[in-house]
Design a protein around this ligand. Structure first.
Ligand SMILES: Cc1ncc(COP(=O)(O)O)c(C=O)c1O
Length: 362
């Protein structure tokens, strides 16, 4: 056990009490509604977090990269959803090999017959069947077919050999654009309803649809609980972050991930410089309105800008920060911050109790 003051700075910390509460609260809400929970692994990329999510009832994980899929398959996780299009020869070969080697256990996401063709050819050549979900755009305007085109696209893809439609998927990330929580909840429910409608249309067209999968942290209190949705894929909830606090997905005391930093210089009054910049925090600003992160337990101090390894604070606090002071910073976006680090310290109170590896980064 190491006191926080003895850790190197900057350091990535995860508060174990908050982590466990976040895991259990989401698992409890999903279990009570009879909806499967398939968390997105990109938030933690950490087996110590993942195994706690599995123990609390997660059915498997959502992945965004081949590296995440390979890492979790190596850990023996039997039910993975790669929620990205397996495009290009390397990803196609990876999917087919992964399914051949592990006897299944991997579902991919597709939204066009063009992306499906090479996968079908490789699967057929290898003698495997690749299960897929059809991604549907319910408003995020990123991947996914428009709902009225879902049956035609599913029909075209399912006509290819070596592929099997399991269901439909959406990422209702557009709800983050809504600052008002009531409007956000309504948009989440609308996305779920739209997806269930697409699932019903596919069933009417003769497709068996076993998966109706929604997924996001801001939408995790609405979209998964629409009748007909079978699973939700929130990721950020495991740590939460400053963006989710602003969106009302959590309260500040639920944020489990922080960056520990030290004041290195106060040459300009009211402008302390810390030893954590964008390479510690990530430069992900999304909803941050100009801040690089939020200080924990330091009213009157804001984190206004950053260079690579220097952070610029603005200190109007009653007791000004001095050289050597420790500060803890809640990142804007937990997933982006995770990807900057190769390990983290698990913390209880003021003690680091374990050092955990972060896996499957680029
Ligand atoms: C396809 C997909 N599913 C689930 C999630 C999880 O959403 P969140 O990070 O809001 O928890 C994401 C996040 O980007 C995603 O892209």
């Amino acid at each position: 056990m190491i006191p926080l003051a003895a850790l190197p700075t900057p350091a990535l910390l995860v508060d174990l009490d908050r982590l466990e509460r976040n895991i259990n609260a989401m698992a409890g809400a999903f279990a009570a509604a009879g909806v499967a929970l398939r968390p997105h692994i990109k938030t933690s990329k950490c087996w110590e977090v993942a195994r706690r999510q599995l123990a609390a009832g997660a059915t498997g994980f959502t992945c965004s990269t081949a590296a995440e899929v390979a890492w979790l398959q190596g850990r023996g996780v039997a039910d993975l959803l790669w929620a990205h299009i397996p495009i290009g020869p390397r990803k196609v070969a990876f999917v087919v090999d992964a399914i051949a080697q592990h006897g299944g256990g991997l579902t991919v996401s597709l939204d066009s017959v063009e992306a499906a063709r090479p996968l079908s050819a490789a699967a057929t050549a290898a003698g495997v069947t690749v299960p897929f979900v059809l991604e549907v755009d319910t408003g995020h305007a990123r991947l996914g077919v428009q709902p009225p085109e879902a049956v035609a696209t599913a029909t075209a893809i399912a006509a290819l050999p070596g592929l099997r439609l399991r269901g439909v998927l959406t990422h209702e990330g557009h709800v983050s654009a809504l600052a008002d929580r009531t409007a956000l909840e309504r948009a989440g429910a609308a996305a779920g309803t739209l997806l269930v409608g697409v699932a019903d249309a596919l069933r009417s067209a003769g497709f068996p649809v076993e998966m109706v999968s929604v997924g996001s942290t801001p939408g995790a209190t609405s979209a998964p609980f629409v009748a007909g949705v079978t699973e939700g894929r929130p990721g950020t909830y495991v740590y939460f972050d400053a963006n989710q606090t602003r969106l009302g997905s959590c309260t500040p005391d639920q944020c489990a991930q922080t960056v520990l930093a030290r004041v290195a210089s106060v040459q300009r009054p009211g402008r302390p410089i810390i030893d954590a910049g964008v390479k510690a925090m990530s430069s992900d600003a999304i909803a941050a309105a100009g801040a690089v992160g939020v200080l924990l337990n330091r009213p009157g101090v804001t984190f206004t800008e950053a260079n690579e390894e220097h952070g610029f604070l603005h200190d109007t606090g009653a007791v000004p920060l001095v050289v050597g002071d420790l500060v803890r910073l809640v990142p804007n976006h937990a997933c982006g911050t995770t990807n900057m680090w190769s390990h983290l310290y698990a913390v209880r109170g003021a003690l680091a109790v374990e050092r955990w590896e972060i896996s499957a980064r680029y």
